[in-house]
Design a binder for this molecule. Structure first.
Ligand code: SF4
Ligand code: SF4
Length: 444
């Protein structure tokens, strides 16, 4: 039987507009009831040897089973992570979560901010901020720190949209003052995730460009002001590397976002017990996905003895076949522009764009921005002389110290550079720049 290590579980009945597993999407609005056979579900989870559970759902804190489930998982040594909108996160609730053994708590602002136009959203923002402030005052800053020893470690997640991007700087500063040191950023590049008649992923490229530009301005300031604030950003890895190169090491990507989780030791469990490889089936605008055939292959936790059994179910088989076909269609037709870029991308081992969602050039705008920057930088330094201080030779990595080149261009060529939009071997180029950053070589 295939091994299953982690699951996402919508344990509460309300649906949630944002999904942690992967890309932004809107779930169907079905109302789920809470499972009443909770012990039998837990048993099936234990039998599968699962190591980590991510609680999503509308708001897991409204689930009557939450504390019990967390305590049971703690006894089994299962790591838990819970996403909540923070409205119910009073001091008492936090204390309960802490005592139940929760490992990570992510408070999701879901695009709301202080300057929200609607009173309701403004009030919700204030309520969440106050809840966080109260926790900070009562328990101190230690739960907010990166790599905190005390659990649950608290992080913040925020959805950037066209409407709120300009207030992101203010938002991040405000959260920093409260004690937050880790912000997860998701994106909605179309107008407020409104359903459109055509494909919902069909956002405007110009809008995406503007959002990224505004955000970068905020990053530039924030990375200089707050060296200890980490931004986990749901954008492609090459763009995050570009941010690191320009502004410092505050920026991270999560492979749980950039790599297909459905191909790993993962599955997604709905509150009604239905099992899926991931939540992509619920998003609108997906392509190369036969939704009817998929939904007809019903699969519920009550039909399996242990959760791992689901991995061999026909629903999963169909899903994986559709995935392979979707990749194949794009590659053979060569219409999938990003595949051409991706084949040469130096972070491709950490990146696997979803063939059901990412099919048009504008979806890869951030990769193009990053590449453009690299090429420009490379052009500026390609003729510079590399000076390796003699006493540093042993610190340099072997491959590079063997290159013995006078110019960056020569080093790139000698290292077996592949030709990519202007002869750049990205790995060598990155190495040269990082050695320069560390002060191990000079580019005169
Ligand atoms: S198929 Fe893979 S990449 Fe696409 S949404 Fe699901 S987990 Fe993410
Ligand atoms: S170019 Fe492709 S592999 Fe590289 S970061 Fe972008 S999507 Fe990922």
């Amino acid at each position: 039987m295939k091994h299953l290590k982690q699951i996402s579980w919508d344990i509460s009945k309300k649906s949630n507009p944002q999904n942690k597993c992967c890309y932004n999407g809107k779930k169907r609005t079905d109302k789920y009831s809470e499972p009443d056979n909770i012990d039998s579900i837990l048993e099936k989870i234990y039998k599968s040897g699962i190591e980590a559970v991510y609680f999503l759902g509308g708001n897991p804190l409204i689930s009557k089973n939450m504390s019990y489930v967390l305590s049971e998982f703690k006894k089994q040594g299962i790591v838990t992570n819970l996403v909540t909108n923070g409205t119910k996160l009073t001091i008492d609730v936090f204390e309960k979560l802490k005592d139940s053994g929760l490992n990570e708590l992510c408070v999701n602002f879901d695009g709301i901010e202080e300057n929200s136009i609607s009173i309701h959203r403004k009030d919700k923002y204030r309520l969440i901020i106050n809840n966080l402030k109260n926790i900070r005052e009562k328990f101190g800053e230690r739960y907010f720190l990166n790599n905190a020893m005390d659990k649950p470690q608290i992080s913040i997640s925020h959805t950037i949209t066209n409407q709120n991007v300009d207030s992101f700087l203010h938002f991040a500063r405000r959260l920093y003052q409260i004690g937050a040191r880790s912000i997860n950023l998701g994106f909605i590049f179309n107008d407020g995730n409104k359903k459109k008649k055509n494909k919902s992923f069909n956002f405007c490229c110009r809008k995406k460009e503007n959002i990224l530009l505004s955000l970068e301005k905020a990053f530039e300031i924030l990375s200089a002001e707050y060296k200890d604030m980490i931004f986990n950003i749901e954008l492609r890895p090459v763009y995050i590397k570009y941010l690191n190169m320009k502004y410092g090491d505050n920026f991270r990507y999560k492979t749980s976002y950039t790599k297909c989780m459905a191909h790993q030791d993962f599955l997604y469990l709905e509150a009604n017990g239905d099992i899926h490889p991931c939540n992509v089936y619920s998003m609108s605008g997906i392509i190369n996905f036969d939704l009817d055939r998929y939904m007809n292959l019903e699969l519920n936790i009550k039909d399996v003895n242990c959760l791992s059994e689901a991995l061999s179910h026909p629903r999963f088989e169909l899903f994986h076949n559709m995935y392979e076909d979707a990749k194949h269609v794009d590659a053979t037709n060569q219409t999938f522009v990003p595949i051409i870029i991706c084949n040469n991308c130096f972070v491709k081992e950490d990146c696997e764009p979803c063939p059901f969602q990412f099919y048009a050039r504008e979806h890869y705008l951030e990769c193009e921005i990053a590449f453009e920057y690299y090429i420009d930088l490379y052009d500026k330094i390609r003729d510079k002389i590399i000076v390796i201080p003699e006493d540093s030779v042993y610190i340099l990595d072997l491959q590079f110290s063997r290159i013995e080149s006078k110019t960056v261009d020569e080093a790139v060529k000698k290292s077996g550079a592949i030709d990519l939009i202007g002869s750049v071997d990205w790995k060598t180029f990155q190495r040269i720049l990082s050695l320069q950053k560390k002060g191990l070589i000079n580019l005169e």
